[in-house]
Design a protein around this ligand. Sequence first.
Ligand code: BEZ
Length: 179
Amino acid sequence: MLIGKKVPHVTFRTRVRDESVGGPNPYRWQDVTSDDYFKGKRVILFSLPGAFTPTCSTYQLPDFEKMYNEFKAEGIDEIYCISVNDAFVMNAWGKQQNLENVKLIPDGSGEFTRKMGMLVRKDNLGFGMRSWRYAAIINNGSIEQWFEEEGFSDNCESDPYGVSSPQNILAKLQEKQAA
Ligand code: BEZ
């Protein structure tokens, strides 16, 4: 059980727009650490098998985006979506999804996911190493609540989705608030 544990310290290689770069593709590398994302904030982190995949693109990411204000009302400062994909892929996915609220974290090398113990093989899909689907409430870098889909395994034939849905997490936050 990961509750109470600190998230791993990792440096993520992101790509940010910077007009001073000039040219048709004005982006530069920017390193962002776990501290930058998690220190002093209460956030939701959700992790999924891949950018542009159907369940993630049709339900999980757009639903977190739409429900952002409901999570804010429950004391959540940020919602982060992480995937074992590089910054170019994650930026393209964010653009395609018209994201304004959810922030994407590129874990291209899988280091964060591996250190969380959530890295699985998806060679059966030609994906290589990816993240098992999970979500967590993370308070100042410590895991407060944990939502892991059942059946953690390599080359899983199915893609369980329910526990880490925004609907389930919001219900759990509201129950906690009411208790
Ligand atoms: C999906 O999100 O539907 C999905 C994720 C991983 C592999 C295939 C599909």
